[in-house]
Design a protein around this ligand. Structure first.
Ligand code: IMP
Ligand code: MG
Length: 182
């Protein structure tokens, strides 16, 4: 039995809703990138589950790579974006799709877009499962979006709080005592 269910306030987006939306997103991306052999870049760890489902909904030729960014640790407030492990694929002449779990302040997506454009990518677009526009600090609009949500801290479907809850099948909000305890 898992005790972390007690820390969940409610399921914001359930797994069926996510599945339907991710399939639509994958089909849209497949139409837009047909014949381009895009480089899909998943941002770890949060985008792991999303990108795995997304690329299987994209019925075109593509390549997949990952990079790891410094995580939030135990905090729920964002800081500077630090590359922990870079991706290995040469981006010159490629159409890059950055895939992340959520756009919050927007700093991650903006920083990576600039970085990859500087490496010679012909196009760099962003695709996120979730967007919290109320939290934006830099001007940034995801090119492909699953769901726009209110300003809640959310977990599940890859998203964590202090490395917990990534394996919940839906996107959930946490009870207040969870924040207080850490
Ligand atoms: P940004 O650079 O502020 O847009 O932050 C994006 C990153 O912050 C995401 O890749 C997530 O890892 C993390 N993040 C932002 N909001 C949440 C949340 O509500 N739950 C879990 N992680 C979050
Ligand atoms: Mg992340």
């Amino acid at each position: 039995m898992r005790t972390d269910r007690d820390d969940i306030e409610r399921v914001l987006i359930d797994q069926d809703e996510i599945k339907r939306r991710v399939e639509q997103l994958g089909q849209t991306l497949a139409l837009d990138y047909e014949g381009k052999n895009p480089l899909v870049l998943g941002i770890l760890k949060g985008a792991n589950i999303f990108v795995a489902d997304l690329i299987r909904a994209m019925d075109i030729e593509l390549e997949l790579d990952f990079l790891i960014l410094e995580s939030y640790g135990h905090s729920d407030t964002p800081g500077a974006v630090v590359l922990k492990r870079d991706c290995e694929t040469n981006m010159e002449g490629r159409d890059v799709i950055i895939v992340d779990d959520i756009a919050d302040t927007g700093q991650t997506l903006e920083t990576l877009k600039k970085l990859f454009a500087g490496r010679g990518a012909v196009s760099v677009k962003t695709c996120v499962l979730l967007d919290k526009p109320a939290r934006r600090k830099v001007d940034c609009t995801p090119d492909y979006l699953g769901f726009s949500i209110e300003d809640h801290f959310v977990v599940g479907y890859g998203l964590d709080y202090a490395e917990r809850f990534r394996n919940l099948p839906g996107v959930c909000t946490l009870k207040k005592h969870v924040y207080g305890a850490i």
